[in-house]
Design a protein around this ligand. Structure first.
Ligand SMILES: Nc1ncnc2c1ncn2[C@@H]1O[C@H](COP(=O)(O)OP(=O)(O)O)[C@@H](O)[C@H]1O
Ligand SMILES: [Mg+2]
Length: 365
């Protein structure tokens, strides 16, 4: 068990800096997800923690020990990759034993650990098979098993579910979460998938082009995204961004098709911004037929429907309000048709305002 601390981590490949300065504290037992679009530096960050990639600057501590110059095998970590990285000529058992063997674990202890992990993962019946005789999901379990038997201080996962089909991905996601809750092993989990991040992480760290944007619990990040990038990255369909202008007195914002009172969290920030342009952010789930709680402030709008996506349990409506396009989620019982005009409401307190220039959220975080 261990905390992982990254202090001022930098990574450059020759003249190209991919991570300029990265600070992150991961607590003991914590499940931390690094999430961001492809190419933002997630794998690089993870591989630096693993010791597979040299750091250009900064300090990495695992369990209070600086590991900058400690080789990967002595860092007390176990890594699971997207590609599984199993040895094809070895059986499942041999694959799972491998890391223990090179650490000269006694045979009995090795058997005990492998059998236990195989049982937890439901792969006991495959122990004598070779990887090619297994499905993708089963192979990924073997890769997990190989990490578990080591009883490392830290698990490092790099997009371990990306090669699985959608259904298996959801199932394995839940299994990894449960497993981590049982073992309580500190975990750093990399994914580009914001739903994986939201559902698995105790906290999530959102990255963009090598820079950390926000760290917080999934709900903190969802409820109070620190900037436009995070707001647009977390949530599906993504948050609507609508240009608006702060009205006289600073207590409302006017978009092309409606005026919305400023949500409480942003009032201090808009008080001095009369006439200034801002970006209004509204999640599709906060544009509804009626507010969730009838006591909540809500502004009625008329949406000219351009496109409808029925998903069964909900309907995604793409439409126009004034000059602006927006996406709303409505209940399936009254799916509007293309060309129709529907009356919906925007939930005021669930809306966000962002500074047009800095892209930061105008709020209390
Ligand atoms: N060996 C390398 N040499 C040069 N650039 C690299 C190397 N490895 C990764 N990069 C660059 O570093 C950036 C981050 O890559 P990576 O960490 O793999 O992103 P992610 O895992 O978030 O998709 C990318 O722009 C990538 O092109
Ligand atoms: Mg990657």
């Amino acid at each position: 068990m261990a905390e992982v601390t990254l202090k001022g981590i930098k990574k450059a490949y020759g003249p190209v800096t991919v991570i300029p300065h990265f600070d992150l504290d991961i607590q003991d037992h914590e499940f931390m997800v690094l999430v961001g679009p492809s190419g933002c530096g997630k794998s690089t960050a993870l591989r630096m923690i693993a010791g597979l990639e040299e750091i250009t600057g900064g300090t990495i501590e695992i369990g209070g020990r600086v590991v900058n110059d400690v080789p990967p095998k002595d860092r007390d970590i176990a890594m699971v990759f997207q590609s599984y990285a199993l040895y094809p000529h070895m059986t499942v058992r041999e694959n799972m034993e491998f890391g223990l063997k090179i650490r000269k674990t006694p045979r009995e202890e090795m058997n005990r650990r492998v059998n236990e992990a195989a049982q937890i993962l439901g792969i006991t019946e495959f122990l004598d098979r070779k990887p090619k005789q297994l499905s993708g999901g089963q192979r990924q379990r073997v890769a997990l098993g190989r990490a578990i038997v080591r009883k490392p201080a830290v698990f490092l996962f790099d997009e371990p579910l990306s090669n699985l089909d959608a259904k298996l991905r959801v199932q394995t996601r839940a299994e990894i979460s449960k497993l981590q809750k049982t073992l309580k092993t500190t975990t750093v989990y990399v994914t580009h998938d914001q739903i994986e991040a939201m559902t698995m992480g105790d906290r999530i760290a959102v990255m963009k082009t090598g820079e950390l944007q926000q760290v917080g619990s999934p709900l903190e990040v969802y409820d109070r995204p620190s900037n436009l990038f995070v707001a647009g990255f977390i949530g599906t369909p993504p948050m609507n961004f609508i240009p608006a202008t702060v009205t006289t007195g600073g207590d409302a914002v006017a978009a092309s098709g409606f005026t919305l009172p400023v949500p409480a969290a942003s009032r201090a920030a808009t008080a001095q911004r009369t006439g200034q342009k801002v970006v209004l952010g509204i999640r599709p789930e906060n544009i509804r037929e009626a507010p969730r709680d009838p006591g909540d402030a809500a502004v009625p709008i008329t949406v000219k429907v351009e496109f409808v996506e029925p998903l069964g349990h909900e309907v995604i409506v793409h439409g126009r309000v004034g000059d602006d396009l927006l996406v709303a989620k409505v209940e399936p019982h009254r799916a509007p048709k293309m060309g129709e005009e529907v009356r919906l409401v925007i939930e005021v307190e669930a809306s966000h305002l962002f500074d047009t220039a800095t892209e930061k959220r105008l709020g209390d975080n």
